[in-house]
Structures are given as structure tokens and as C-alpha cells.
Design a binder for this molecule. Structure first.
Ligand SMILES: Cc1cc2nc3c(=O)[nH]c(=O)nc-3n(C[C@H](O)[C@H](O)[C@H](O)COP(=O)(O)OP(=O)(O)OC[C@H]3O[C@@H](n4cnc5c(N)ncnc54)[C@H](O)[C@@H]3O)c2cc1C
Length: 357
């Protein structure tokens, strides 16, 4: 049998490789990174993401995850908290992605590392190269709705702040952006934030100036970062993420796009990884059933359009000053709204792909 070639060995690509290999299908994954790397991500794995990892036989718990059962939203002096509708886990992408790619190889996939594809070639069936376009495969419709810049770093917080953060994911709202803070393995804190580039320029344009400005605006963040030590030499950054993008397939579509190549949900939902894993599972099911790439993309759009639209609406509400105030007020009156929001921005349980055998 000719191997199915997957471009990109991140979460989506590695998951599809595991699934195909488990079914005895020869598969080759081409990944540009030679070894484990840090990736920009909040490292929040929802119940759905955990379901898909279990389904592939990956024991995430064995990787030293941090369990998360509550969410807090902070804006200025206001703080709202609620239980999550599921227990999430915090695990760094450096550990997770490497574990999944190693798992794919152990299951029999051929993993080619250190090869950066310059363009889409005819032998590629699955395109899983993440947020940015590969030459010859620009995404349609190509909308970059906002000029947001993303930053991520790991921190060793002061002991009392580790204790306060344990078991929680925190979303900190500020002018023209927001941050996520949570613990991952070894009780390192992941600080991941998005900020409008104009605002970044206004506060001085550097990471140090940005952190100082955010701590002035957000007392909650200032408290958490007191005496914290940054663990990365410099933060990882990203720009031009096409939030809200859902691939519109053509009837003669040849390539199965996976993960962020197929759809991109606003990151505050912490559901991008589960959508990437969901897309991989759906694509493998479609490939095995002899369905076309067009049919697969229609199935995927059916599952993700509602959550992505709802997440996008919430994001727009939360980014403007008056909308943010209304949102915080509503959350304070009705903390259950937080759990409901978390549920509404996810692929419905009934659409999860179950057992792979
Ligand atoms: C700021 C931010 C915070 C986020 N936080 C969360 C969160 O907390 N929880 C969550 O669930 N989701 C989160 N997400 C979303 C999540 O990170 C993505 O949805 C997810 O990584 C998509 O997986 P993927 O496999 O499609 O892409 P990736 O994980 O980006 O993998 C793509 C792979 O392709 C490889 N590649 C790229 N180009 C080439 C090439 N030319 N040749 C060979 N290989 C190539 C890359 O090296 C990479 O390994 C966040 C996103 C952002 C931007």
C-alpha cells in the first residue's frame, strides 16, 4: 500500500498518523522540527481533547499533567469564578506534541523530522501545518480579522501564588486583549496573552514594557506575577492568526486539511487543540470510508461552525470596553454562565468520533 503523506507533525498531523497506523495503513508524517519545541498555546486541554488522546492510546496523565476544574475571569478589580463543566488538564505543548509524535512512530508511522516543506506537493494527502499558509495552498476565505499579537512564556510563581492558581484556569481581561494563566506539569505557570498590535506599540512595543503596563491595568495579574521568575529566555510570539477561519471546500478538493489548516477558534475558549484532534479523527474516518476531501470538510464544518461563531461573538463582546463591563456584570450575577459558555464553544458531545477500531 502507498503511504498516506501528512504534512506537519503537530497535534493534528500526529493524531491522524496514530489513527491511520492503528488501522494498519502505511503513513508518513513530515515535520520541520527536529526535536521538541515550545509552541504558542495556553496548554489547556478540554475534556474533548483528552477523549481523543485516550482514543489514540496516549496516556496524558503519565506525562505529569495539572488537573483544572475551575475558571476565574478577572477584569480590573473584579473577579468572577465558577466550576468548569469538565475537568481539564494543563500540559505543555513541548511535552504533549513530542509524546504524540513518538507514539505515532511506535504505532508504525514513518516520521520524517527536520524537513520543512516549501510547498504543497502532489503526494500530500493531509495538510496539518498549523496556523500559517504553505505555498500553493492558501486558505479560502482568507480573513485575518484583527491584528492581534500573541505572547507566551513559562514562569515559576511565588509559592502562595502557585497555591492560589492550583486547579484553576484564569482569564484576565485588559484593554484590547486578554491573558490566560494556568499551571502545567512541574507546577510551571503558562502565561499566554493576545494584544492588539496598536496597543502593544502604545505601551512601548517590548515584552517588558507590555508586562509592566498590564500589571498596572490588571491588579490580579500583578499579584500573580509578584516575585515570579520567567523560565524562557524570551517569550514565544505569533501574529496574523486567522481567528474565525473555517475552510470553504471546493467540490474537486484533493487535500484533507487538519487542525488550524481547517478551522481556527478564538483561543480564549481553550478548544483549538480538541478541534485539531477532532478534525484528525474525522479525516481518518472519511479516508477509510472512501469519502472525498469535500465530504470530509462538509462534515467538519457542520461540527465546528456553531462553536466558532459563538466564540467569535463572545470575543467581540469582550474586547470592547462597554461590552466587557456588561459581560463581567452578567458573569457576577450569574456565575453559571461561565460554565455554559465553556460548553457552548465546544464541539457537541454527540459529534465526537468514538472508538477508532
Ligand atoms: C495564543 C494562543 C493560545 C492558544 N491556547 C490554546 C489552549 O489553551 N487550548 C487549546 O486547545 N488550543 C489553544 N490554542 C489553539 C491551538 O494551539 C491550535 O489550535 C493547535 O495547535 C492546532 O494544532 P495543529 O496541529 O493544527 O497545528 P500546530 O500545532 O501548529 O502543528 C503544526 C505542525 O506543522 C509543522 N509545520 C509547519 N509548517 C511546516 C512545513 N512547511 N513543513 C513541515 N512541517 C511544518 C510545525 O512545525 C508544527 O509541528 C491557542 C492558540 C493560540 C494562538
Amino acid at each position: 500500500m502507498t503511504p498516506i503523506v501528512i504534512a506537519g507533525g503537530g497535534l493534528a498531523g500526529a493524531a491522524a498518523a496514530c489513527d491511520l497506523a492503528q488501522h494498519g495503513q502505511p503513513v508518513r508524517v513530515i515535520e520541520r522540527n527536529l526535536g521538541p519545541v515550545h509552541k504558542i498555546c495556553g496548554d489547556f486541554l478540554s475534556a474533548e481533547a483528552q477523549h481523543y488522546l485516550r482514543r489514540l492510546g496516549l496516556d496524558a496523565a503519565g506525562l505529569g499533567v495539572h488537573p483544572i476544574s475551575r475558571v476565574r475571569v478577572a477584569q480590573g478589580a473584579h473577579l468572577v469564578q465558577a466550576a468548569l463543566p469538565f475537568t481539564a488538564i494543563g500540559l505543555s505543548r513541548r511535552v504533549l506534541d513530542e509524546a504524540l509524535l513518538t507514539h505515532a512512530a511506535a504505532l508504525g508511522a514513518e516520521v520524517q523530522r527536520g524537513v520543512a516543506l516549501a510547498s504543497l506537493t502532489p503526494d500530500i494527502t493531509c495538510l496539518a501545518t498549523g496556523k500559517h499558509d504553505l505555498r500553493g495552498s492558501a486558505r479560502e476565505p482568507h480573513n485575518i480579522p484583527e491584528e492581534l499579537v500573541g505572547f507566551k512564556t513559562y514562569l515559576r510563581l511565588a509559592p502562595d501564588q502557585i497555591a492560589a492558581l492550583r486547579g484553576h484556569v484564569e482569564v484576565i481581561l485588559f484593554r484590547r486583549g486578554y491573558a490566560g494563566l494556568q499551571l502545567v506539569e512541574c507546577e510551571q505557570a503558562n502565561l499566554c496573552l493576545l494584544i492588539h498590535r496598536d496597543h502593544l506599540a502604545q505601551v512601548g512595543g517590548t515584552w517588558a514594557a507590555l508586562l509592566a503596563a498590564l500589571c498596572l491595568e490588571a491588579p490580579h495579574l500583578a499579584r500573580r506575577l509578584r516575585d515570579a521568575v520567567e523560565l524562557l529566555e524570551k517569550p514565544i510570539t505569533i501574529a496574523r492568526v486567522p481567528y474565525g477561519f473555517i475552510h470553504r471546500p471546493q467540490r474537486d478538493e484533493r487535500v484533507f486539511r487538519l487542525g488550524d489548516q481547517a478551522c481556527v477558534i478564538p483561543s480564549f475558549t481553550g478548544d483549538g487543540m480538541s478541534m485539531a484532534l477532532h478534525s484528525a479523527a474525522l479525516a481518518v474516518r472519511s479516508l477509510r470510508a472512501g469519502q472525498s476531501a469535500f465530504e470530509y470538510h462538509q462534515l467538519l464544518a457542520h461540527d465546528v461552525t456553531g462553536p466558532i461563531r459563538r466564540a467569535w461573538t463572545l470575543y467581540r463582546l469582550g474586547r470592547a470596553g462597554p461590552g466587557r463591563a456588561v459581560l463581567i456584570h452578567a458573569l457576577r450575577l450569574w456565575p453559571g454562565l461561565l460554565s455554559q459558555t465553556a460548553a457552548l464553544t465546544r464541539v457537541a458531545r454527540r459529534n465526537w468520533v468514538e472508538d477508532s477500531h
